[in-house]
Design a protein around this ligand. Structure first.
Ligand code: DC
Length: 224
């Protein structure tokens, strides 16, 4: 394979993106970049500072002042906010929701996209998010769009929460996921959608190993 190639992976929450993309990165020896973690970091900073994510001007001020560091590593990616490791703290539904709200603002997207494009310029990457194939890396050699049925995505999220020792209400998890989908697909700037040249993989009924193999097979076909 040539150096500095890019694999763009998009899809809604619970489609299996991040776990499979992380494994693909390990197998190919390239960097995995989780762009959702960047929007989550801003959402976290807002909540920590008592800023309502719905207030665009205040969010812009948090964005300007925050020191966000993305540390791609073998087992995943660590996020630092003003020097503090917040990798685990940003994995809550509350922060996911805040990330989705702040991710709708043009200023926020411009800044995040600039950082993401710089990372892809310097490294071969597999990058996952909502707008990677359409906006961040429109020239990526490989574009994959992952999806799964709402039932399956809800089941996966419930399973993840149970693993964290929580007792989620399935109907609520589903409702929150539907709301986040709506928000991410209907925003004005870079809404979630499949790039025309992306290969769609429906991961319903597939485990992570199967999703990983399917992605590797798409990559092998497109990168000679
Ligand atoms: O992938 P995730 O669930 O960690 O992402 C959290 C939110 O961040 C998602 O609901 C919308 C936003 N996001 C975005 O707007 N653009 C991206 N490239 C990635 C995430």
């Amino acid at each position: 394979m040539n150096q500095n190639f890019a694999v763009a992976v998009d899809g809604p929450a619970g489609s299996g993106k991040s776990t499979a993309a992380k494994e693909v990165a390990r197998r190919l020896g390239i960097l995995y970049i989780d762009t959702g973690a960047m929007y989550r970091t801003l959402g976290y900073a807002c909540i920590q500072q008592g800023v309502n994510p719905a207030c665009e001007a205040e969010v812009a001020s948090v964005l300007e002042k925050m020191d966000m560091q993305i540390c791609p590593q073998a087992g995943g990616q660590r996020m630092l906010l003003d020097g503090e490791d917040i990798t685990a703290a940003i994995r809550t539904e509350e922060i996911g929701k805040a990330a989705s709200v702040v991710g709708a603002y043009r200023k926020v997207r411009e800044k995040m996209v600039e950082i993401q494009q710089a990372l892809a310029k310097e490294n071969s990457v597999i990058m996952d998010g909502r707008d990677i194939g359409t906006k961040v890396l429109p020239e990526a050699q490989v574009k994959i769009y992952l999806d799964a049925s709402m039932e399956e995505r809800t089941k996966r999220r419930v399973g993840e929460l149970q693993k964290q020792g929580k007792h989620p209400d399935e109907a609520l998890v589903r409702k929150e996921m539907e709301e986040r989908d709506y928000q991410d697909t209907h925003r004005k700037y870079s809404p979630l959608r499949k790039a025309e040249d992306a290969v769609m993989i429906d991961t319903t009924g597939m485990d992570i190993a199967a999703v990983t193999e399917a992605m590797l097979s798409v990559i092998a076909k497109q990168i000679k």
